[in-house]
Design a protein around this ligand. Structure first.
Ligand code: PLP
Length: 487
């Protein structure tokens, strides 16, 4: 008699269903030989009694083993471990020793400098006190609704088609949903054919850059600007023309002066809340930019990564909503709306651009995760996303005000900043104190923050984006208390 009870441990607190725990344990024991080939196993009723599980659970476990080919049921005889195990054993190549250790380096050279690391080198694990770059509070994500939606679309026959390879532009259901959402809320008179679903805004920037830029092309970016976009353009071979960003946004006179001197292929702007300084580009400059783009026939990437988060007044509609000539490639994302790990973003542009960029996208990745895209569309359609935005905007508004009051009260003349109209961070310049040292001191006291070096170009800013959105008021008190002692 086999001591099967000792071979199978059930953890009722585990997320894995009990029938799977039982079948996995049986497979494990067959593999290691504790349950030998051809062995007769107890019947499902008897084994359910031994393991103290429901008979239906045991039937499901045996059903699983049967489906995977580990056991066979012979009528009137019983249940047996199969004689020929359903495992394919790889054949060793004769006279070749298997590797003892994997090579550390390639024998051929690679351009490690061209693809150097950028951005935060490591994202701290949850539970640490962190002033981040301006990320959402992931604890507030409507995860339950998302899982429910995913489960529901997985069950519905109508969505089964999304299990197969599909369009490189993304699930039609999401593109249709987004086209009406963006037309209602952001004044973009578009259809699904104007949309490409991406894995976040960064993929949109990458695709647009690689479609547009040939080595030596001139691209205009703000100074300072979003470091990841700068790197992406440079990798594509662009020459960056850096134009100052003041309190009204990017300086349009300077852009015009450059256009008069050289052919500009692309302008990258973040009009809503410029990264990193968070300023909003004023309407007059937006209109002039569009006129310049039409006259000089350059493309504009409008990166609108945090449109939903505006606290002071109604947000200005995207430049894309005024684009008569087909200059603007509008990029958005759900990274801030939901959580950064939801890798869903979108690109809006004239149809010919979307068609061509979708062919480029296909060379990186055939398509996005359709089931996820359809579930996200469900969240738009059942109002979850809108409700979530309303809820967090209210909360982040309160957090912004508390954070800025704390900065003023506790940090005084050590820093200068302007209260941002929106977004999730405060662009903070450190006066007289070296931010790198401050960040090092803070880390020793348990507070992690950027030392601001990622924002430096030729200019050194000694400044950083201090993110307020992911810290509740108590956490903010604690963080700023620590920071104030590091000056
Ligand atoms: C200005 C800007 N653009 C794009 C992105 C990238 O967003 P995603 O996570 O959707 O790739 C970020 C991320 O913070 C950003 O700040």
């Amino acid at each position: 008699m086999i001591a099967i009870k000792e071979l199978i441990t059930i953890d009722k607190t585990s997320d894995t269903a009990i029938y799977l725990q039982v079948s996995n344990a049986i497979i494990h024991n067959i593999r290691r030989g504790s349950l030998r080939r051809g062995l007769k196993l107890p019947g499902s009723r008897e084994l359910a009694g031994i393991l103290q599980v429901h008979r239906k659970t045991m039937l499901a476990a045996y059903g699983e083993l049967l489906a995977q080919g580990w056991i066979e049921m012979i009528p009137r005889k019983g249940t047996f471990v199969v004689k020929d195990l359903p495992e394919i054993k790889p054949t060793r190549i004769k006279n070749v020793e298997p590797l003892a250790k994997y090579p550390v380096k390639t024998i051929f050279s690679i351009d490690e400098k061209r693809f150097a690391p950028f951005g935060p080198s490591n994202f701290p694990p949850p539970g640490k006190l962190v002033i981040n770059d301006g990320f959402p509070d992931v604890r507030l994500a409507p995860s339950e609704f998302y899982i429910r939606e995913l489960r529901s679309v997985a069950k519905q026959g109508a969505f089964k088609k999304y299990n197969m390879y599909g369009s490189a532009k993304g699930a039609l259901y999401l593109r249709e949903t987004l086209s009406s959402f963006l037309s209602d809320t952001r004044g973009l008179p578009i259809s699904a054919e104007n949309i490409l679903i991406t894995k976040g805004a960064q993929m949109g920037i990458y695709l647009a850059a690689h479609l547009l830029i040939k080595p030596g092309d001139n691209v205009i970016v703000g100074e300072p600007s979003y470091f990841a976009a700068n790197i992406t353009f440079q990798q594509a071979g662009a020459i960056l023309n850096r134009v100052p960003v003041d309190e009204y946004g990017i300086d349009v006179d300077k852009i015009e002066a450059i256009c008069k001197k050289k052919k500009i292929r692309l302008l990258y702007v973040i009009p809503h809340h410029h990264h990193p300084t968070t300023v909003t580009l004023i309407p007059e400059r937006r209109i002039r930019l569009l006129e310049l783009a039409a006259n000089y026939k350059f493309a504009i990437i409008e990166d609108d990564y945090d449109y939903d988060f505006h606290y002071t007044s109604n947000p200005v509609l995207p430049m894309a909503s005024l684009d008569n000539h087909g200059n603007v490639i509008y990029i958005g994302t759900l990274s801030k709306t939901l959580v950064p790990a939801t890798r869903v973003g979108f690109m809006v542009a004239p149809e010919n651009f979307i068609n061509t960029v979708s062919h480029l996208r296909r060379t990186i990745d055939w398509q996005g995760d359709s089931m996820m895209e359809v579930a996200i569309a469900g969240l738009y359609r059942n109002g979850t996303i809108e409700r979530h935005i309303k809820k967090v905007v209210k909360l982040y508004h309160e957090r912004r005000d508390h954070f800025c009051a704390l900065l003023k009260e506790k940090m005084g003349s050590h820093i200068s900043f302007k209260i941002p109209d929106g977004g999730m961070s405060v662009w903070t310049k450190f006066n007289k104190v070296d931010l790198k040292l401050v960040a090092e001191r803070a880390a020793k006291k348990g507070l992690l923050m950027s030392d601001g070096r990622i924002y430096n170009t030729n200019a050194e800013y000694n400044a950083s984006r201090l993110g307020f959105a992911s810290l509740n008021l108590k956490e903010q008190d604690k963080a700023i208390e620590i920071l104030s002692t590091c000056m």
